[in-house]
Design a binder for this molecule. Sequence first.
Ligand code: FRU
Length: 499
Amino acid sequence: MSDKTHQQNLVRAQNAVREKESIAQMGRYRQQYHFMASTGWINDPNGLIYWRGQYHLFYQYNPYEAVWGAMHWGHAVSNDLIHWEHLPIALAPSEPYDDHPSGGCFSGSAVDDGDRLVLLYTAATESAQGSVQTQCLASSSDGITFEKYENNPVIRELPPDSSPDFRDPKVLRYKDFWYLIVGSSLGKGAREGGDGCAQMYKSADLKRWEYCGVIAKSNGTLGTMWECPDLFWLGDKWVLMFSPMFYGERKTIYLIGDMDFENALFSWEYEGEIDCGFDYYAPQSFLDDKGRRILIAWANSWDWMPWWKDFGRTAGEGWCGHFAVPREMRLTEDKGLQFMPISELESLRTGHEEYPAFILEAEERKEIYAGDGIHCELVLTIDVAASTAEQMFLDVRQGKDERVRITLSFKDREVLFERMDSNGQADILKRQVFPDFGSDSLTLHLYLDTCCVELFALDYKLSFSGNIYFSEKSNYLFLESKCGNTKFNCIHTYGLTMG
Ligand code: FRU
């Protein structure tokens, strides 16, 4: 009976997609090679898994409108993490525990339990007391059609001291058991100043879960609620990653340390920021068939689209949201994390331009070229030791009064990311001071698409993601050296096309 409602709601949602997708396809801000839904709203990536020879990507989805609303799980598959085929929507709100206009099937993860692809997600509904969040299971034998488990929710009670902010299960296998890590806020809720934390459950069959405890918490220093926690083994360490609410400008955090499963305790020695830009949130990782730990994130942030204002520039085109390019994560010798754009992206390159070593003189402004200046990639290597400048600017998507400026401040050992739009509204600056700026050479690696810029710097330990909604005439690229010269070892640029 209840599965019938689910299947009906899926058909209704799919029909809405079919009706509206041709309109969204015409949108002028549609990306070329970043993942988007064909129409409607998306936020967090969910259920990332390499299953039976293909990559599966699920995502928080409102198929009806380009604004956040009752959450479905969209679904796509790929052979290379870049070219995606959209599949039928996997989950729709349908049951008393997940059928609410301001709830639905919230974020979660996927695992292979042998013969079925199993999804664990947060079911969100409302009661007179407020939000009710429980953890639920759905599964599929073909990886396309999903049934919700008849005894859902599989975790229905809040653990001790937990606020109703209790969501985003990430399931991992360790030794002989399944472990589920879920994000919460201890004591008070996220908006009342609780303590962000990650809690752990244990199970032998993915259906009966035993509560183990709080594995890590904020103690007033790391945000009030940890959304989308993810615990995984990398190199020779355990990494706990999450998206904290109310942690100032910091949106995505990783902690590197050790995990004691017996005592349900994660201890950490290092804290870092995954992306320092404006638009990077709710990343989820998975281990692929090549042994790589891949990370995919929603390239947006709640801060820029509060629902009482607007949902961003593309909502008027019938769609909103894309994912940042997939990154491979590596642990460095000094126990930091590196985030490298996956090598599959190289298959999109066209029109290679190479600029051999040259010196940009003080106050010189030089134009460079990369594809059409909008869908392109740039790799610049700068000889820091041989440069006398105080600053070097790289201006991309430069137009009459729009641009993204990346500043290398040799003087202050900083990398700055600044976007300026023609309304003068988004003239915001972000910076990151790096003590080990690099005394020899330093590489800046950039990906540009219709409405975003992603920058990787400092040996891929630093990244900035930012969305921009510029005129297509803003497609110039310039280099400028301030108060001294800048030596470039080489510059490679490429156009990028899906072909
Ligand atoms: C993160 C998040 C999750 C939640 C989902 C709802 O962006 O708030 O915590 O599950 O989005 O769409």
